[in-house]
Design a protein around this ligand. Structure first.
Ligand SMILES: Nc1nc2c([nH]c(=O)n2[C@H]2C[C@H](O)[C@@H](COP(=O)(O)OP(=O)(O)OP(=O)(O)O)O2)c(=O)[nH]1
Length: 139
């Protein structure tokens, strides 16, 4: 079964998390789910390089990302493939994102985050973001 290594970003700005919504997919358990922005790591790339490339391509977002930003790695088995998500934590101000490859996005606080329909692999990451107090409740 195929395994994808994916570099994704937990982008936090002003105590809110950037959550992006995928478009259609051949797999209904992935289609239209919320996810962290990012992309598949090519064989000759570091995760941080793949992530920088994906954010520029998908969000027109240029950010300084190094391996020092690596926060955690999680694995998840979907019915048809496995993903290994390498998660990078990016704290930035005035992030101006422009959706190119997603159908919607939300800057979520810790109250809203669990109301979104996430890709299953992402739940462990969200729990860590909440545990670490990276995002806040907004009134
Ligand atoms: N980007 C991203 N992918 C995720 C997340 N969670 C998760 O299970 N995935 C899965 C969905 C995809 O099957 C796989 C690869 O992600 P990808 O962004 O490269 O997806 P894709 O198949 O649309 O690839 P591409 O055409 O954009 O290159 O990882 C997540 O939080 N962010």
């Amino acid at each position: 079964m195929k395994t994808y290594e994916v570099a994704v970003a937990a982008i936090v700005s002003d105590w809110l998390l950037l959550c992006t919504q995928r478009g259609p997919s051949q797999y209904d358990y992935i289609a239209h789910k919320f996810q962290f922005p990012g992309g598949t790591i090519e064989s000759d790339e570091m995760g941080s390089e793949a992530l920088k490339r994906a954010l520029e391509k998908d969000l027109n977002l240029s950010l300084e990302i190094t391996e020092d930003h690596h926060m955690m790695t999680v694995e998840h088995q979907y019915p048809d493939f496995k993903v290994i998500l390498h998660v990078y934590k990016i704290e930035a101000e005035n992030v101006a994102d422009h959706l190119i490859d997603h159908i919607d996005h939300v800057w979520a606080d810790s109250g809203m985050i669990y109301f979104l329909e996430w890709a299953d692999a992402d739940f462990k990451v969200m729990n860590k973001i909440i545990d670490e107090g990276l995002i806040d409740w907004q009134v």
